[in-house]
Ligand binder design. Structure first.
Ligand code: GAP
Length: 458
């Protein structure tokens, strides 16, 4: 794990996320509810940027993948067919003394708060699906589940989509949506939550081509992560050993990221054979056969499934972006930015800043506009014109109050790549200063040149 990651504490990140409106505890005024999170004004933009980037790469930029938005609650038979009703379980143990509850494969290393070691019960299997009732009567016939993955919605609509989408195998169906798991022990901030969003692709292939398509999707997905600003050196692959694979799977690779709490999964990419379609064929009695018009063969397609978590990717981007730095003031203008040393004051001539170095494509706000003084109407009026011009194209932020340095710092903390200042020279020659978040360099350019300049990187 890199030095930077080891230095970052989740407390510091969570504090920034709350202070700046990325992530709040759900129902905080009532003491919160474990495993549930709310995304504030900036968090929702960050997540939307992740989902848009995924949808563009997986659906809009391709001719062989179509989208779907299926319901969260489905017929309960779906979960019998998929195996979730009987097999989506984790082993759970309790401590008889302190009543703490854990997953049996994630036992605490700490002592029991009641003294001495914990006294664990035997492990019991616990189904992670949330149950609910459909309609007014709460009997067994009304039992339904909140989906624990979006994938099954795709499998059960395979026939309908095949009939209308004018696609031939190999082709895919993609979906983004909420999933729910009653995790025994939600932890590591938003990493393991009870409500989260998935971005899943089911890519249907001809039997026998599974391995080549699996390899293809692993390479594609690894590349995609670098396009949203996660560097290759912080990404890893975990290749499942034969004995770790589900009985129907022929391969599985997890995409892993170096979080401050360890290297952990962002996405799983599995070659699942024809297990899912065959099970739905068996349970529903509806054929899942595909007729190949070229070879005249009939077969149940096999599937390769890249399945990613939006919340985990958002958390990885937040961890990756977070920096505490010592930046030069005018006293030492031109000196290099230094990484902050934990617990120490910056040296003479430097000041501390926290900056979120998001890739511009995922930054919640792309550009901020600052009139130098808010009580000079001509500066404000000119500034509003620039702001109105830019916000038609990019999410922009208007900030007219406080010292200009303070306004820059606020934008640094939320990761805005560019700041534009309207000053007295603007009124004379129509030029503004454009400040780069990372280098803090400022250049002067004409208002008419701004959009083209920003387009180079945004
Ligand atoms: N359809 C396959 C499937 O659901 P999974 O590995 O259980 O596979 C896929 O989940 C992705 O969903 C994970 O890689 C992770 O990013 C995300 N995910 C799963 N459980 C999660 C949880 N409790 N909290 C946040 N994200 C989760």
């Amino acid at each position: 794990m890199s030095e930077k990651k080891a230095d970052l504490t989740m407390e510091a990140l969570a504090s920034l996320c709350k202070r700046r409106g990325f992530i709040f505890q759900s129902s905080e005024i009532y003491g919160g509810i474990n495993g549930f999170w709310d995304y504030g004004p900036l968090g929702v933009e960050l997540k939307r940027n992740i989902k848009n980037a995924w949808w563009r790469a997986m659906v809009q930029d391709r001719e062989d993948i179509v989208g779907l938005d299926s319901s969260i609650i489905m017929h309960p038979r779906v979960w019998e067919a998929s195996g979730h009703a009987s097999g989506f379980t984790d082993p759970m143990v309790d401590c008889k003394k302190c009543k703490g509850r854990w997953r049996a494969d994630q036992l605490p290393e700490t002592k029991c708060p009641q003294g001495g070691p914990h006294e664990f019960t035997e492990a019991r299997m616990f189904n992670l699906m949330f149950e609910t009732n459909v309609g007014p009567v709460k009997d067994a016939s009304a039992l339904a589940y909140l989906r624990p993955e979006t994938a099954q919605g795709i499998f059960v609509q395979f026939g309908n989509i095949l009939a209308i989408a004018r696609q031939k195998v190999p082709f895919g169906i993609a979906q983004i949506g909420k999933a729910f798991r009653n995790e025994i022990n939600p932890r590591n901030y938003t990493f393991r939550s009870r409500e989260f969003e998935q971005m899943e692709l089911e890519f249907f292939v001809k039997p026998g081509t599974d391995a080549q398509w699996h390899e293809y999707w692993v390479a594609e997905r690894m590349k995609w992560y670098t396009t949203i600003g996660l560097p290759a050196e912080h990404l890893h692959q975990y290749v499942y050993k034969k004995e770790e694979l589900a009985h129907y799977a022929s391969a599985c690779v997890d995409v892993m990221y170096d979080f401050p709490f360890g290297t952990q999964e962002l996405e799983g990419i599995a070659a699942r054979g024809d297990f899912d379609l065959r099970r739905h064929q068996e349970f529903s009695g509806k054929s899942m056969d595909y007729f190949d018009p070229e070879t005249k063969e009939k077969f149940v397609p096999h599937v390769v499934e890249p399945s990613a978590g939006v919340d985990r990717i958002a958390l990885a981007l937040l961890c990756e972006a977070y920096r505490e730095e010592w930046v030069p003031t005018e006293e030492v203008a031109g000196a290099q930015v230094l990484p902050a040393e934990p617990g120490k004051q910056p040296p003479q001539g430097f000041e501390a800043r926290t900056v979120m170095r998001f890739a511009p494509s995922v930054a919640p706000v792309k550009v901020a506009v600052f009139p130098l003084l808010k009580n000079k109407p001509e500066l404000v009026e000119k500034g509003r014109k620039v702001f109105d011009l830019l916000r038609k194209r990019w999410p922009a932020f208007w900030d007219a109050t406080g010292a200009i340095g303070r306004r820059y710092r606020r934008q640094d903390e939320i990761g805005t790549p560019y700041g534009i200042t309207i000053d007295f020279q603007t009124l004379e020659d129509d030029t503004v200063t454009l400040r780069d978040r990372d280098t803090m360099q400022q250049i002067r350019l004409k208002i008419g040149e701004l959009a083209a300049k920003l387009e180079e990187t945004l």
